[in-house]
Design a binder for this molecule. Structure first.
Ligand code: SF4
Length: 399
């Protein structure tokens, strides 16, 4: 089902005016399409798009080979000095650490000299054992693990197909990753926000694992499928983020939290490193297990086929995707925003929120985020805290 991502976007006109796409720097590779867990909020299996059912469970070798060729060509065409490939799923560990290591080696062999390739993996952590970590470490694959706060909260959502909890298995993996020999292999933690949980307890429980980084992700939702809003607040997700932000900001030994750091950087006039805030060009593309070149897979939460570009690594270069309207819309900043966001005083910080959260059936993506009020709450709070810190600093210096 096709629903044009941004109505009337004139890519040729933009090019004629001198706009040029930002080459892709990050490639999400769906090496395994299935998962050993059945998390209740998962956008791959439980949201509108169900195309996973028709794709190969494991990326065939010829698709992977076609990907490495296209990747190398993209690097050469744009003289890229640094690219990142994330081995993703489903659950990539279903492929086994040895095969993942083999893929990382082939990627390194394919990428031209002069370009630094980073290979990462996003995993639910359940299958990470010591032997697997040694293998991943040997092949230079960094590992980011999804964990949703304290045990009771995590186990509410992140369960096996039989409904069994997974926190114990995940924490065993995190304890391994914290050991000195694996420390360099650990990419960080990814936590999906549940607005009815305690944000301070959540932050502190994640911090207690001593990860190199944490990120928080709002659950994917849109105007057709709004998020649950527990409690009496109109902005439960904003309230949650504000409390977590304060716990992080006031932590004397804080670790990087990408969402919060990006909000801070943006409030101070800098760029964003997060898909969830700001207007920095998105330089990320997804390749599914059948070779399909797709937009961010969070769009699966919008409508069936929302990620599609019609391109495939067996036929097409990544440059072809750079002029797809859905990709362009995430690279042209304020020009892609709808009128409400364009007129909003904090649009350069908020950026209209995550692209997937702007979708409204019938009108597409030129809408404020379904988390608009939550974003206002967070951004306003970040601005106030910066102002307060600045005042304190000025008073201290002038004493
Ligand atoms: S989503 Fe809301 S807060 Fe964000 S830029 Fe748009 S109108 Fe402003």
């Amino acid at each position: 089902m096709a629903e044009w991502p941004i109505e009337g976007l004139d890519v040729a006109g933009l090019m004629a005016e001198g706009w040029r796409p930002t080459p892709f720097h990050e490639f999400i590779l769906k090496v395994h399409q299935r998962c050993n867990l059945a998390c209740s909020y998962c956008y791959v299996y439980t949201h509108a798009d169900q195309t996973w059912r028709d794709r190969p469970a494991v990326m065939p070798d010829e698709i992977f080979a076609a990907f490495t060729d296209r990747l190398a060509r993209h690097v050469r065409t744009h003289d890229l000095r640094k690219v990142r490939v994330v081995l993703h799923g489903g659950e990539p560990m279903l492929l086994g650490a040895a095969r993942l290591g083999g893929l990382a080696d082939r990627l390194r062999a394919a990428v031209p000299d002069g370009c630094e390739l980073r290979v990462g993996m996003q995993t639910n952590g359940v299958l990470l054992r010591e032997a697997a970590l040694r293998e991943l470490h040997r092949h230079g694959i960094t590992v980011a693990v999804s964990v949703d706060g304290v045990e009771a909260d995590h186990d509410r959502y992140r369960v096996t197909h039989a409904g069994r909890p997974t926190y114990t298995a995940v924490t065993r993996a995190l304890e391994l990753l914290a050991r000195p020999e694996f420390r360099g292999t650990w990419g960080g933690l990814l936590c999906t926000v549940a607005a009815d949980t305690d944000p301070v307890e959540c932050y502190r429980s994640l911090r207690a694992f001593d990860p190199p980084a944490i990120d928080f992700l709002l659950p994917h939702a849109n105007w057709g499928t709004p998020p649950e809003r527990p409690g009496g607040s109109a902005t439960p997700h904003g309230d949650w983020l504000v409390a977590a932000f304060d716990a992080w900001w006031d932590d004397s030994d804080r670790v990087p939290v990408r969402f919060f750091e990006s909000a801070l950087d943006l409030a101070l006039g800098g760029p964003s490193r997060s898909e969830q805030v700001g207007l920095s060009p998105a330089a990320l593309v997804v390749v599914d297990s059948d070779g399909a070149i797709e937009q961010i897979d969070a769009l699966k939460s919008a409508y069936p086929g929302a990620c599609e570009t019609g391109l495939n690594v067996t036929r097409d270069d990544f440059d072809a995707a750079l002029t797809h309207p859905g990709v362009v819309a995430r690279q042209i900043g304020v020009a892609a925003l709808g009128p409400d966001c364009a007129a909003c005083p904090i649009h350069r910080i908020c950026g209209g929120g995550h692209y997937a959260h702007r979708y409204r059936p019938g009108t597409g993506f030129r809408n404020p985020s379904v988390y608009c009020e939550d974003m206002r709450r967070l951004v306003g709070h970040v601005q106030r805290r910066i102002a307060a810190e600045t005042r304190t600093l000025v008073e201290t210096v002038s004493r």
